[in-house]
Design a protein around this ligand. Structure first.
Ligand code: FAD
Length: 293
């Protein structure tokens, strides 16, 4: 099923992200986590490509199994950073053969220490180049792109970031998913700005439940997100008590989702990081709202 159809839902629906294992030995535990999350019947599950510690090797296999074994729509991520045309085209072909319908087109992070001249020689310098390639090779794919309510860390300013985002959408994105954020007002402000700039596709806000204190630093480094005082106080108070921190982090994310829905947003993507218990708790917290009682 194409995500563009799922995103027409008028009721709140949740999707969850999973990431592939770093190595073969981690595959079984990821498979189990994926299965348990799929049993919650989310609106869709996304599978990252070489992010969150996992590699891209298993992305397709996991995405295919979610769809075929569990009947849950999937979104397979693909990055193009430092890739050759043949390499990317081969991956697109494999996705098509595997029956993938939804692809998240990403640039990926530029590896540290890469020379700027090398970057200039790459055939895919930005995600927009991958969107164009996908459109050319598989016009039927439903393509998503990433967006950043607090602007992408490499962008000089918001205006420039939104102008490039518009190019990416115009090249063929049917929807956008946001980077995590911890203050919903940042998202509302971002939505206002992109709508003003003529970007009209659905935007799926990404919410990350922070369930342990160590995750805070990593998540902030990765995303550059602003940490509201309300969240800081929660980490200060519960950071040294793992179970309490988990409960508080889930409550905070639940609260963010309720506020988003109350403000007209019907699809929320949860960065639950291969943790079925977290995905389940959030779903249970919202059972009456999403109609799963
Ligand atoms: P782009 O859209 O190319 O943007 C990157 C920067 O380039 C921005 O500053 C943008 O303003 C600028 N830019 C864009 N087009 C142009 C242009 N034509 N000329 C000049 N500048 C331009 N990483 C992974 O490795 N695997 C994943 O699975 C993954 N999933 C993600 C999912 C989501 C929802 C998000 C938000 C991020 C994800 N990432 C993932 C991280 C992502 O790869 C990084 O944030 C990366 O640095 C940028 O990727 P992008 O696709 O947004 O790039």
């Amino acid at each position: 099923m194409k995500l563009s159809e799922i995103l027409e839902s008028k009721r709140l629906s949740l999707s969850f992200e999973v990431f592939p294992p770093k190595s073969d030995s981690g595959f079984e535990s990821v498979r189990e986590a994926v299965e348990q999350i799929a049993e919650i019947s989310p609106s869709f599950m996304s599978v990252t490509y070489g992010a969150g510690g996992g590699t891209g090797r298993y992305t397709l296999e996991i995405a295919k199994s979610i769809k075929e074994r569990h009947g849950v729509p999937t979104l397979a991520h693909l990055t193009c950073v430092a890739s050759t045309k043949d390499g990317v085209r081969g991956k697109i072909r494999a996705m098509k053969e595997a029956g993938i319908e939804n692809v998240m087109a990403l640039r990926g992070d530029i590896p540290e220490g890469v020379d700027q001249r090398a970057v200039e020689g790459w055939c895919y310098r930005h995600a927009v180049d991958l969107v164009r390639e996908l459109k050319e090779q598989c016009p039927d794919f439903c393509i998503g792109g990433a967006c950043y309510p607090e602007i992408h860390p490499e962008s000089a300013n918001r205006k420039e970031d939104i102008a490039y985002l518009k190019q990416k959408v115009d090249a063929g994105c049917s929807f956008l998913t946001t980077q995590m954020f911890f203050d919903n007002n940042l998202l509302y402000n971002f939505l206002y700005k992109i709508r003003e700039a003529g970007i009209t596709v659905p935007v799926i806000p990404g919410v990350m439940p922070i369930t342990n204190a160590n995750q805070v630093e990593r998540a902030l480094k990765l995303s550059g997100s602003f940490m509201p005082q309300r969240f800081k106080s929660l980490v200060d108070k519960f950071g040294s008590d793992p179970e309490a921190m988990k409960q508080a982090g889930i409550a905070y994310a639940t609260d963010q989702i309720i506020d988003l829905y109350a403000n007209g947003i019907t699809n929320v993507h949860v960065y639950s990081m291969n943790k079925p218990d977290v995905a389940k708790k959030i779903t249970d917290n919202l059972s009456h709202i999403i109609g799963k009682v």
